[in-house]
Design a protein around this ligand. Structure first.
Ligand code: SF4
Length: 101
């Protein structure tokens, strides 16, 4: 059982892609009991449709997306977005930041 005292090394593979130790939000992840393959093999035909369904009801979706963007996770579904959608999100954010400066 995962909780707020869970070590990063105990987390499912999909989260152990960086050396980040800020893992508290991960204990609330909706996907903890889902197979890693569902999220990491998401670049196929369905564009991670099944994984995104799990993300849709996840209470830490925002944190997960920020984690993926900050750590430049290129593959898989994080925060309800596949890799293509995250690239687009990064592009949008850069464009908005330029407008504001
Ligand atoms: S948003 Fe999706 S990938 Fe991220 S923790 Fe929640 S269920 Fe998992």
């Amino acid at each position: 059982m995962l909780d707020y005292h869970t070590e990063v090394s105990e987390l499912p593979l999909m989260y152990v892609l960086t050396e980040s130790t800020d893992a508290m939000w991960m204990a609330d992840a909706n996907c903890l009991d889902s197979p890693d393959e569902l999220f990491m093999a998401a670049s196929g035909k369905a564009q991670g449709y099944q994984a995104k369904r799990v993300c849709k009801a996840c209470v830490v979706r925002e944190q997960c997306l920020e984690y993926a963007l900050l750590n430049r996770l290129e593959l898989g579904v994080f925060g309800g977005m596949n890799e293509r959608e995250r690239r687009l999100e990064k592009y949008k954010r850069r464009r908005e930041a330029k407008k504001e400066s």
